[in-house]
Design a protein around this ligand. Structure first.
Ligand code: SF4
Ligand code: SF4
Length: 192
């Protein structure tokens, strides 16, 4: 069976330090003012004084049913066997159809290259046996990356152990980025 790469975001571990964003900017020479990944704020929630704010690390969801790939008129947007959604810069004409089609706002227009641009899961690092830069730089251990088809990978073990959700399930994009909200420590367990 081929690999299927994905992320499990441990929301309870994210402290909104943005080290992942800085790591990605540096690794991928992301143009000024643009970003391939982000942290969104969910909250404050609850009833005063017991309020809580969750921080959700995000990036391209590398959707199994990717609208950006489906609308691309030149075939520049494509998905690898391992599920990584990429842009072939040689084929991209900068029409921005994919940017409009993406329900997660995960793409931007690269002003110098005049093409669509986005998270690549740091495919160049994966080839070297390294983790994506955002995962390596995450000080909280909130971003976990691996092969969802390997039952022994950390991502698979986390998904077996915890209830996980995807963003915008109603969009039927089949995201390969999962979110775990509940800390096992809060429930008396041991953090993964
Ligand atoms: S999150 Fe957006 S850019 Fe990424 S695969 Fe899904 S539709 Fe495409
Ligand atoms: S580096 Fe980790 S802890 Fe910091 S903001 Fe990014 S995901 Fe959250």
């Amino acid at each position: 069976m081929s690999k299927r790469y994905g992320f499990v975001m441990l929301v309870y571990r994210c402290i909104d330090c943005k080290a992942c964003q800085v790591g990605c900017w540096a690794e991928n020479e992301v143009p000024l003012g643009k970003s391939r990944n982000w942290i969104t704020k969910d909250g404050p929630k609850g009833k005063f004084p017991d309020l809580i704010t969750d921080f959700l690390p995000g990036n391209c969801m590398h959707c199994g049913n990717a609208p950006c790939v489906n609308v691309c008129p030149t075939g520049a947007s494509y998905q690898t066997e391992e599920g990584i959604v990429l842009v072939n810069k040689k084929k991209c004409i900068g029409c921005k159809y994919c940017m409009v089609a993406c329900p997660y706002n995960a793409r931007y227009y690269h002003p110098e290259e005049k093409t669509a641009d986005k998270c690549t899961m740091c495919v160049h690092r994966l080839k070297e046996g390294l983790q994506p830069a955002c995962v390596s730089t995450c000080v909280g251990g909130a971003r976990v990356f691996g092969d969802l088809n390997d039952p022994d990978s950390q991502v698979s073990r986390l998904l077996r152990k915890h209830r996980a959700v995807v963003q915008l399930p109603q969009a039927n994009t089949q995201p390969n980025v999962y979110y775990v909200y509940d800390s096992p420590v809060d429930k008396g367990g041991i953090a993964p």
